[in-house]
Design a binder for this molecule. Structure first.
Ligand code: ARG
Length: 465
Protein backbone atom coordinates (compact mmCIF):
# COMPACT_ATOMS: atom_id res chain seq x y z
CA UNK A 1 0.00 0.00 0.00
CA UNK A 2 2.51 2.51 1.17
CA UNK A 3 4.72 1.55 -1.72
CA UNK A 4 1.99 2.38 -4.14
CA UNK A 5 1.19 5.72 -2.63
CA UNK A 6 4.82 6.74 -2.48
CA UNK A 7 5.43 5.20 -5.87
CA UNK A 8 3.23 7.74 -7.56
CA UNK A 9 4.95 10.65 -5.90
CA UNK A 10 8.38 12.13 -6.19
CA UNK A 11 10.49 11.09 -3.28
CA UNK A 12 11.66 14.57 -2.31
CA UNK A 13 8.53 16.67 -2.23
CA UNK A 14 5.77 14.11 -2.03
CA UNK A 15 4.08 15.81 -4.99
CA UNK A 16 2.55 13.63 -7.70
CA UNK A 17 4.80 13.17 -10.69
CA UNK A 18 3.60 11.76 -13.94
CA UNK A 19 1.77 8.66 -12.79
CA UNK A 20 -1.92 9.45 -12.63
CA UNK A 21 -3.17 5.95 -11.87
CA UNK A 22 -3.38 6.61 -8.15
CA UNK A 23 -5.89 9.42 -8.62
CA UNK A 24 -8.88 7.10 -8.80
CA UNK A 25 -7.74 4.66 -6.13
CA UNK A 26 -9.69 4.36 -2.90
CA UNK A 27 -8.40 1.07 -1.52
CA UNK A 28 -6.23 2.73 1.15
CA UNK A 29 -9.37 3.94 2.90
CA UNK A 30 -12.32 1.88 1.66
CA UNK A 31 -10.68 -1.35 2.86
CA UNK A 32 -12.07 -0.34 6.23
CA UNK A 33 -15.41 -1.61 4.86
CA UNK A 34 -14.28 -5.19 4.20
CA UNK A 35 -16.55 -6.82 6.80
CA UNK A 36 -19.62 -5.05 5.49
CA UNK A 37 -18.67 -5.75 1.88
CA UNK A 38 -18.26 -9.47 2.57
CA UNK A 39 -21.44 -9.71 4.63
CA UNK A 40 -23.34 -8.03 1.77
CA UNK A 41 -21.82 -10.39 -0.77
CA UNK A 42 -22.69 -13.46 1.26
CA UNK A 43 -26.33 -12.37 1.58
CA UNK A 44 -26.41 -11.57 -2.14
CA UNK A 45 -24.93 -14.97 -3.13
CA UNK A 46 -27.45 -16.80 -0.95
CA UNK A 47 -30.30 -14.87 -2.51
CA UNK A 48 -29.04 -15.63 -6.03
CA UNK A 49 -29.05 -19.34 -5.24
CA UNK A 50 -32.47 -19.28 -3.53
CA UNK A 51 -33.93 -17.60 -6.58
CA UNK A 52 -32.28 -20.09 -8.93
CA UNK A 53 -30.21 -17.34 -10.53
CA UNK A 54 -26.97 -19.22 -9.82
CA UNK A 55 -26.51 -22.89 -8.84
CA UNK A 56 -26.70 -23.61 -5.12
CA UNK A 57 -23.27 -25.34 -5.09
CA UNK A 58 -21.71 -22.27 -6.65
CA UNK A 59 -23.24 -20.08 -3.99
CA UNK A 60 -21.81 -22.36 -1.31
CA UNK A 61 -18.39 -22.22 -2.91
CA UNK A 62 -18.63 -18.44 -3.12
CA UNK A 63 -19.74 -18.09 0.50
CA UNK A 64 -16.93 -20.24 1.86
CA UNK A 65 -14.48 -18.44 -0.43
CA UNK A 66 -15.63 -15.10 0.93
CA UNK A 67 -15.14 -16.36 4.46
CA UNK A 68 -11.57 -17.36 3.61
CA UNK A 69 -10.99 -13.92 2.14
CA UNK A 70 -12.24 -12.39 5.38
CA UNK A 71 -9.93 -14.56 7.45
CA UNK A 72 -7.04 -13.58 5.23
CA UNK A 73 -7.79 -9.90 5.69
CA UNK A 74 -8.09 -10.32 9.44
CA UNK A 75 -4.78 -12.15 9.59
CA UNK A 76 -3.19 -9.25 7.72
CA UNK A 77 -2.26 -11.56 4.86
CA UNK A 78 -4.52 -10.21 2.15
CA UNK A 79 -2.61 -9.03 -0.92
CA UNK A 80 -4.21 -5.58 -1.35
CA UNK A 81 -3.56 -4.39 -4.87
CA UNK A 82 -3.96 -0.68 -5.61
CA UNK A 83 -4.10 -1.31 -9.33
CA UNK A 84 -7.53 -2.86 -8.68
CA UNK A 85 -8.64 0.54 -7.35
CA UNK A 86 -11.14 -0.34 -4.70
CA UNK A 87 -12.23 -2.78 -2.07
CA UNK A 88 -14.86 -4.47 -4.21
CA UNK A 89 -12.47 -5.32 -7.01
CA UNK A 90 -9.79 -6.49 -4.59
CA UNK A 91 -12.13 -8.88 -2.83
CA UNK A 92 -13.70 -10.19 -6.02
CA UNK A 93 -10.31 -10.80 -7.63
CA UNK A 94 -9.04 -12.67 -4.60
CA UNK A 95 -12.24 -14.73 -4.42
CA UNK A 96 -11.80 -15.76 -8.04
CA UNK A 97 -8.17 -16.66 -7.40
CA UNK A 98 -9.35 -18.90 -4.58
CA UNK A 99 -12.46 -20.53 -6.05
CA UNK A 100 -11.89 -20.15 -9.79
CA UNK A 101 -14.23 -18.73 -12.36
CA UNK A 102 -17.29 -19.51 -10.22
CA UNK A 103 -16.32 -16.43 -8.24
CA UNK A 104 -17.31 -14.44 -11.29
CA UNK A 105 -20.96 -15.34 -10.68
CA UNK A 106 -21.14 -13.29 -7.50
CA UNK A 107 -21.58 -9.99 -9.27
CA UNK A 108 -24.70 -11.20 -11.11
CA UNK A 109 -27.53 -8.71 -10.64
CA UNK A 110 -25.38 -6.26 -8.77
CA UNK A 111 -23.28 -3.20 -9.48
CA UNK A 112 -20.54 -1.53 -7.50
CA UNK A 113 -22.97 1.37 -7.22
CA UNK A 114 -25.53 -0.44 -5.12
CA UNK A 115 -22.72 -2.42 -3.47
CA UNK A 116 -20.93 0.63 -2.07
CA UNK A 117 -24.24 2.18 -1.03
CA UNK A 118 -24.91 -1.01 0.91
CA UNK A 119 -21.45 -1.11 2.50
CA UNK A 120 -21.75 2.46 3.70
CA UNK A 121 -25.19 1.86 5.17
CA UNK A 122 -24.09 -1.29 6.96
CA UNK A 123 -21.05 0.50 8.31
CA UNK A 124 -23.00 3.59 9.37
CA UNK A 125 -25.55 1.47 11.20
CA UNK A 126 -22.81 -0.11 13.28
CA UNK A 127 -21.12 3.19 13.89
CA UNK A 128 -24.34 4.80 15.06
CA UNK A 129 -24.75 2.07 17.67
CA UNK A 130 -21.18 2.58 18.80
CA UNK A 131 -21.57 6.35 18.91
CA UNK A 132 -24.70 6.12 21.03
CA UNK A 133 -23.01 3.68 23.37
CA UNK A 134 -20.07 6.10 23.85
CA UNK A 135 -22.52 8.94 24.48
CA UNK A 136 -24.19 6.78 27.14
CA UNK A 137 -20.78 6.12 28.69
CA UNK A 138 -20.13 9.83 28.90
CA UNK A 139 -23.56 10.51 30.36
CA UNK A 140 -22.85 7.93 33.04
CA UNK A 141 -19.57 9.64 33.98
CA UNK A 142 -21.32 13.01 34.08
CA UNK A 143 -23.98 11.62 36.35
CA UNK A 144 -21.43 10.06 38.70
CA UNK A 145 -19.67 13.40 38.92
CA UNK A 146 -22.92 15.26 39.54
CA UNK A 147 -23.95 12.81 42.27
CA UNK A 148 -20.55 12.98 43.91
CA UNK A 149 -20.96 16.75 44.27
CA UNK A 150 -24.70 16.82 44.63
CA UNK A 151 -24.77 19.55 47.30
CA UNK A 152 -21.95 21.69 45.94
CA UNK A 153 -22.85 25.31 45.19
CA UNK A 154 -21.04 27.13 42.44
CA UNK A 155 -21.31 30.46 40.67
CA UNK A 156 -23.50 30.30 37.57
CA UNK A 157 -22.48 32.58 34.72
CA UNK A 158 -23.96 34.69 32.00
CA UNK A 159 -21.59 36.65 29.73
CA UNK A 160 -18.87 34.84 31.69
CA UNK A 161 -19.77 37.16 34.59
CA UNK A 162 -20.77 35.65 37.88
CA UNK A 163 -24.55 35.80 37.83
CA UNK A 164 -26.38 33.60 40.33
CA UNK A 165 -25.44 30.63 42.48
CA UNK A 166 -26.38 27.21 41.09
CA UNK A 167 -25.70 23.64 42.04
CA UNK A 168 -22.66 22.10 40.40
CA UNK A 169 -24.85 19.06 39.69
CA UNK A 170 -27.29 21.31 37.82
CA UNK A 171 -24.44 22.45 35.60
CA UNK A 172 -23.45 18.84 34.90
CA UNK A 173 -27.04 17.87 34.18
CA UNK A 174 -27.17 20.63 31.57
CA UNK A 175 -24.55 18.67 29.61
CA UNK A 176 -26.41 15.45 30.28
CA UNK A 177 -29.39 16.97 28.46
CA UNK A 178 -27.28 18.04 25.49
CA UNK A 179 -25.89 14.53 25.10
CA UNK A 180 -29.36 13.10 25.51
CA UNK A 181 -30.50 15.09 22.48
CA UNK A 182 -27.37 14.03 20.61
CA UNK A 183 -28.19 10.37 21.21
CA UNK A 184 -31.70 11.10 19.92
CA UNK A 185 -30.30 12.67 16.75
CA UNK A 186 -28.16 9.59 16.06
CA UNK A 187 -31.17 7.36 16.66
CA UNK A 188 -33.21 9.34 14.15
CA UNK A 189 -30.41 9.05 11.66
CA UNK A 190 -30.36 5.28 12.22
CA UNK A 191 -33.96 4.94 11.07
CA UNK A 192 -33.18 6.46 7.70
CA UNK A 193 -29.89 4.57 7.36
CA UNK A 194 -31.58 1.26 7.99
CA UNK A 195 -32.79 0.78 4.40
CA UNK A 196 -31.38 -1.79 1.97
CA UNK A 197 -30.12 -0.26 -1.30
CA UNK A 198 -28.84 -3.54 -2.80
CA UNK A 199 -30.90 -4.72 -5.73
CA UNK A 200 -30.86 -1.31 -7.36
CA UNK A 201 -28.13 -2.37 -9.78
CA UNK A 202 -26.19 0.39 -11.46
CA UNK A 203 -29.22 2.70 -11.35
CA UNK A 204 -32.29 1.16 -12.95
CA UNK A 205 -32.82 -2.12 -11.12
CA UNK A 206 -31.69 -5.54 -12.36
CA UNK A 207 -33.10 -7.96 -14.96
CA UNK A 208 -33.16 -10.95 -12.60
CA UNK A 209 -35.92 -12.26 -10.36
CA UNK A 210 -34.17 -11.16 -7.17
CA UNK A 211 -35.62 -11.26 -3.67
CA UNK A 212 -34.66 -8.02 -2.03
CA UNK A 213 -36.74 -8.71 1.05
CA UNK A 214 -34.70 -11.83 1.70
CA UNK A 215 -31.44 -9.87 1.47
CA UNK A 216 -32.89 -7.24 3.78
CA UNK A 217 -33.78 -9.90 6.36
CA UNK A 218 -30.35 -11.53 6.06
CA UNK A 219 -28.66 -8.22 6.75
CA UNK A 220 -31.15 -7.03 9.35
CA UNK A 221 -32.56 -4.10 7.39
CA UNK A 222 -36.03 -2.88 8.30
CA UNK A 223 -36.98 -1.98 4.75
CA UNK A 224 -35.78 -1.87 1.15
CA UNK A 225 -35.22 1.30 -0.87
CA UNK A 226 -38.26 2.13 -2.98
CA UNK A 227 -36.38 3.79 -5.86
CA UNK A 228 -33.21 2.43 -7.45
CA UNK A 229 -32.03 5.79 -8.80
CA UNK A 230 -32.28 7.41 -5.40
CA UNK A 231 -30.73 4.39 -3.67
CA UNK A 232 -27.45 4.44 -5.60
CA UNK A 233 -26.94 8.18 -5.36
CA UNK A 234 -28.30 9.13 -1.95
CA UNK A 235 -25.83 9.96 0.81
CA UNK A 236 -28.26 11.81 3.10
CA UNK A 237 -27.62 9.28 5.82
CA UNK A 238 -23.95 10.25 5.89
CA UNK A 239 -24.88 13.90 5.97
CA UNK A 240 -27.19 13.25 8.88
CA UNK A 241 -24.50 11.42 10.78
CA UNK A 242 -22.01 14.21 10.10
CA UNK A 243 -24.55 16.84 11.12
CA UNK A 244 -25.32 14.99 14.34
CA UNK A 245 -21.57 14.51 14.89
CA UNK A 246 -21.02 18.24 14.38
CA UNK A 247 -23.64 19.16 16.96
CA UNK A 248 -22.21 16.61 19.40
CA UNK A 249 -18.69 17.94 18.85
CA UNK A 250 -20.02 21.45 19.38
CA UNK A 251 -21.31 20.33 22.78
CA UNK A 252 -18.01 18.66 23.58
CA UNK A 253 -16.22 21.80 22.48
CA UNK A 254 -18.25 24.04 24.77
CA UNK A 255 -17.50 21.65 27.59
CA UNK A 256 -13.83 21.74 26.61
CA UNK A 257 -13.87 25.50 26.82
CA UNK A 258 -15.24 25.31 30.35
CA UNK A 259 -12.62 22.75 31.30
CA UNK A 260 -9.89 25.01 29.94
CA UNK A 261 -11.25 28.00 31.85
CA UNK A 262 -11.96 26.06 35.04
CA UNK A 263 -8.50 24.58 35.16
CA UNK A 264 -6.80 27.97 34.82
CA UNK A 265 -5.19 29.51 37.91
CA UNK A 266 -7.63 32.41 37.55
CA UNK A 267 -10.65 30.17 38.04
CA UNK A 268 -9.07 27.20 39.77
CA UNK A 269 -12.36 25.24 39.88
CA UNK A 270 -10.90 21.90 38.85
CA UNK A 271 -7.66 20.03 38.67
CA UNK A 272 -7.21 17.60 35.79
CA UNK A 273 -5.29 14.40 36.36
CA UNK A 274 -1.73 14.13 35.04
CA UNK A 275 -2.90 11.83 32.28
CA UNK A 276 -5.00 14.61 30.80
CA UNK A 277 -2.59 17.51 31.13
CA UNK A 278 0.87 18.14 29.80
CA UNK A 279 3.65 20.21 31.25
CA UNK A 280 5.56 22.83 29.37
CA UNK A 281 9.13 22.13 28.38
CA UNK A 282 10.28 25.48 29.76
CA UNK A 283 7.64 26.52 32.30
CA UNK A 284 7.61 23.89 35.04
CA UNK A 285 4.52 25.30 36.78
CA UNK A 286 2.23 24.60 33.84
CA UNK A 287 -0.46 21.97 33.56
CA UNK A 288 -1.89 22.50 30.13
CA UNK A 289 -5.37 21.09 29.44
CA UNK A 290 -4.26 19.80 26.03
CA UNK A 291 -6.95 17.15 25.69
CA UNK A 292 -9.74 19.66 26.16
CA UNK A 293 -8.02 22.09 23.81
CA UNK A 294 -7.60 19.42 21.15
CA UNK A 295 -11.22 18.35 21.49
CA UNK A 296 -12.18 21.98 20.94
CA UNK A 297 -9.81 22.16 18.00
CA UNK A 298 -10.91 18.92 16.39
CA UNK A 299 -14.48 20.18 16.27
CA UNK A 300 -13.40 22.25 13.27
CA UNK A 301 -12.51 19.27 11.14
CA UNK A 302 -15.82 17.55 11.87
CA UNK A 303 -17.72 20.69 10.76
CA UNK A 304 -15.41 20.80 7.74
CA UNK A 305 -16.28 17.26 6.67
CA UNK A 306 -19.99 18.10 6.86
CA UNK A 307 -19.45 21.13 4.62
CA UNK A 308 -17.28 19.11 2.25
CA UNK A 309 -19.96 16.46 1.79
CA UNK A 310 -22.77 18.99 1.36
CA UNK A 311 -20.65 20.71 -1.27
CA UNK A 312 -19.75 17.40 -2.90
CA UNK A 313 -23.43 16.52 -3.28
CA UNK A 314 -24.87 19.81 -4.40
CA UNK A 315 -24.04 19.64 -8.08
CA UNK A 316 -24.50 15.94 -8.74
CA UNK A 317 -27.03 14.92 -11.37
CA UNK A 318 -28.75 11.57 -10.86
CA UNK A 319 -27.56 8.97 -10.41
CA UNK A 320 -24.18 7.64 -9.32
CA UNK A 321 -21.18 9.84 -10.06
CA UNK A 322 -17.63 9.01 -9.14
CA UNK A 323 -17.49 12.13 -7.01
CA UNK A 324 -19.36 10.06 -4.44
CA UNK A 325 -16.20 8.12 -3.72
CA UNK A 326 -15.01 11.29 -1.98
CA UNK A 327 -17.68 10.82 0.71
CA UNK A 328 -15.56 8.38 2.67
CA UNK A 329 -12.36 9.86 4.04
CA UNK A 330 -14.09 12.80 5.66
CA UNK A 331 -16.80 10.60 7.05
CA UNK A 332 -14.35 8.10 8.52
CA UNK A 333 -12.36 10.94 10.03
CA UNK A 334 -15.50 12.39 11.61
CA UNK A 335 -16.38 8.99 13.04
CA UNK A 336 -12.88 8.47 14.44
CA UNK A 337 -12.68 11.98 15.84
CA UNK A 338 -16.06 11.84 17.54
CA UNK A 339 -15.63 8.37 19.01
CA UNK A 340 -12.17 9.14 20.36
CA UNK A 341 -13.25 12.46 21.78
CA UNK A 342 -16.18 10.83 23.56
CA UNK A 343 -13.77 8.30 25.08
CA UNK A 344 -11.27 10.98 26.08
CA UNK A 345 -14.03 12.88 27.88
CA UNK A 346 -15.06 9.80 29.82
CA UNK A 347 -11.49 9.35 31.01
CA UNK A 348 -10.88 13.02 31.68
CA UNK A 349 -14.09 13.56 33.67
CA UNK A 350 -13.87 10.39 35.71
CA UNK A 351 -10.56 11.61 37.07
CA UNK A 352 -11.27 15.30 37.53
CA UNK A 353 -10.84 16.87 40.95
CA UNK A 354 -13.21 19.65 41.90
CA UNK A 355 -11.85 22.32 44.25
CA UNK A 356 -14.99 22.20 46.33
CA UNK A 357 -14.18 24.80 48.98
CA UNK A 358 -13.03 27.38 46.51
CA UNK A 359 -16.02 26.88 44.22
CA UNK A 360 -18.48 26.99 47.13
CA UNK A 361 -16.84 30.12 48.53
CA UNK A 362 -17.28 31.92 45.22
CA UNK A 363 -20.90 30.82 45.08
CA UNK A 364 -21.48 32.66 48.36
CA UNK A 365 -20.02 35.91 47.06
CA UNK A 366 -22.59 38.52 47.91
CA UNK A 367 -23.03 40.30 44.59
CA UNK A 368 -24.43 37.15 43.16
CA UNK A 369 -27.27 37.45 45.61
CA UNK A 370 -28.30 40.86 44.30
CA UNK A 371 -31.19 39.37 42.34
CA UNK A 372 -32.35 37.54 45.44
CA UNK A 373 -32.25 40.75 47.45
CA UNK A 374 -34.34 42.41 44.77
CA UNK A 375 -36.78 39.49 44.99
CA UNK A 376 -36.79 39.93 48.76
CA UNK A 377 -37.92 43.54 48.29
CA UNK A 378 -40.54 42.35 45.81
CA UNK A 379 -41.77 40.07 48.58
CA UNK A 380 -42.24 43.21 50.69
CA UNK A 381 -44.43 44.77 48.01
CA UNK A 382 -41.80 46.79 46.11
CA UNK A 383 -42.34 46.65 42.32
CA UNK A 384 -39.58 44.60 40.70
CA UNK A 385 -38.19 47.45 38.56
CA UNK A 386 -37.87 49.66 41.62
CA UNK A 387 -36.26 46.85 43.64
CA UNK A 388 -33.80 46.32 40.81
CA UNK A 389 -32.87 50.04 40.93
CA UNK A 390 -32.36 49.87 44.70
CA UNK A 391 -30.00 46.93 44.30
CA UNK A 392 -28.08 48.62 41.51
CA UNK A 393 -27.44 51.61 43.77
CA UNK A 394 -26.61 49.34 46.70
CA UNK A 395 -24.07 47.36 44.68
CA UNK A 396 -22.45 50.57 43.43
CA UNK A 397 -22.25 51.78 47.04
CA UNK A 398 -20.58 48.57 48.19
CA UNK A 399 -18.12 48.70 45.36
CA UNK A 400 -17.21 52.26 46.29
CA UNK A 401 -16.77 51.36 49.94
CA UNK A 402 -14.98 48.09 49.14
CA UNK A 403 -17.61 46.14 51.07
CA UNK A 404 -19.53 42.94 50.55
CA UNK A 405 -23.32 43.15 50.81
CA UNK A 406 -23.35 41.11 53.99
CA UNK A 407 -20.96 43.61 55.64
CA UNK A 408 -23.67 46.27 55.59
CA UNK A 409 -25.69 47.04 58.70
CA UNK A 410 -29.48 47.10 58.55
CA UNK A 411 -29.28 50.90 58.88
CA UNK A 412 -27.07 51.11 55.83
CA UNK A 413 -29.48 48.88 53.93
CA UNK A 414 -32.36 51.06 54.98
CA UNK A 415 -30.74 54.13 53.47
CA UNK A 416 -31.57 52.49 50.14
CA UNK A 417 -35.00 51.13 50.99
CA UNK A 418 -37.22 51.33 54.05
CA UNK A 419 -38.31 47.77 53.41
CA UNK A 420 -35.03 46.18 54.50
CA UNK A 421 -34.92 44.46 57.91
CA UNK A 422 -32.96 41.71 59.70
CA UNK A 423 -34.38 39.15 57.28
CA UNK A 424 -31.89 40.36 54.71
CA UNK A 425 -29.14 38.29 56.38
CA UNK A 426 -31.06 35.11 55.70
CA UNK A 427 -30.44 35.49 52.01
CA UNK A 428 -27.59 33.10 51.32
CA UNK A 429 -26.43 31.17 48.29
CA UNK A 430 -28.18 28.09 49.61
CA UNK A 431 -31.39 30.06 50.19
CA UNK A 432 -31.05 31.44 46.68
CA UNK A 433 -30.85 28.03 44.99
CA UNK A 434 -33.47 26.54 47.29
CA UNK A 435 -35.90 29.25 46.24
CA UNK A 436 -35.59 28.25 42.59
CA UNK A 437 -37.96 25.44 43.15
CA UNK A 438 -39.79 25.13 39.88
CA UNK A 439 -39.45 22.57 37.09
CA UNK A 440 -36.03 22.95 35.51
CA UNK A 441 -34.75 25.13 38.38
CA UNK A 442 -31.63 24.59 40.47
CA UNK A 443 -33.30 23.95 43.86
CA UNK A 444 -31.65 20.95 45.55
CA UNK A 445 -34.84 18.87 45.50
CA UNK A 446 -35.35 19.64 41.79
CA UNK A 447 -31.78 18.68 41.04
CA UNK A 448 -32.16 15.50 43.09
CA UNK A 449 -35.22 14.67 40.95
CA UNK A 450 -33.20 15.49 37.85
CA UNK A 451 -30.43 13.11 38.92
CA UNK A 452 -32.92 10.35 39.60
CA UNK A 453 -34.61 10.88 36.28
CA UNK A 454 -31.29 10.93 34.45
CA UNK A 455 -30.36 7.60 36.08
CA UNK A 456 -33.67 6.14 35.02
CA UNK A 457 -33.21 7.44 31.50
CA UNK A 458 -29.83 5.74 31.30
CA UNK A 459 -31.09 2.50 32.74
CA UNK A 460 -34.09 2.47 30.41
CA UNK A 461 -31.95 3.35 27.39
CA UNK A 462 -31.51 -0.11 25.92
CA UNK A 463 -30.60 1.48 22.61
CA UNK A 464 -31.47 -1.64 20.71
CA UNK A 465 -32.71 -0.83 17.25
N1 ARG B 1 -15.17 3.17 -5.13
C1 ARG B 1 -16.46 3.57 -5.57
C2 ARG B 1 -17.10 4.50 -4.55
O1 ARG B 1 -16.63 4.57 -3.47
C3 ARG B 1 -17.33 2.36 -5.72
C4 ARG B 1 -18.36 2.48 -6.78
C5 ARG B 1 -17.71 2.59 -8.09
N2 ARG B 1 -18.64 2.57 -9.14
C6 ARG B 1 -18.29 2.87 -10.39
N3 ARG B 1 -19.20 2.81 -11.28
N4 ARG B 1 -17.07 3.23 -10.66
O2 ARG B 1 -18.04 5.19 -4.82
Amino acid sequence: MAGFILGSRSGETGHPVNDFSSYTVSIHYDRRLYRQDIAGSIAHARMLARQGIIPAEDAETIVSGLKSVEREIEAGEFPWDPSLEDLHMNIERRLTEMVGSIGGRLHTGRSRNDQIALDMRLYTREIIRETISEIRGLQRVLLDLAEKHQDLLMPGYTHLQRAQPVLFAHHMLAYFEMFQRDAGRFRDCYRRTDVLPLGSGALAGVPYPTDREFVARELGFTSISPNSMDAVSDRDFLLEYEAAASVCMMHLSRFSEEIVIWSSREFDFIRLSDEFTTGSSIMPQKRNPDFAELARGKTGRVYGHLMALLTLMKGLPLTYNRDLQEDKEGFFDSVDTLLTTLKVFQGMLSEVNVNREHVARLAGESYMLATDLADYLVGKGVPFREAHGVMRRLCAHCEQEGKELQDLSVDEYRQFSEQFDEGVYEITALASVTARDNPGGTAPNRVADGLRQARETLEAATDDF
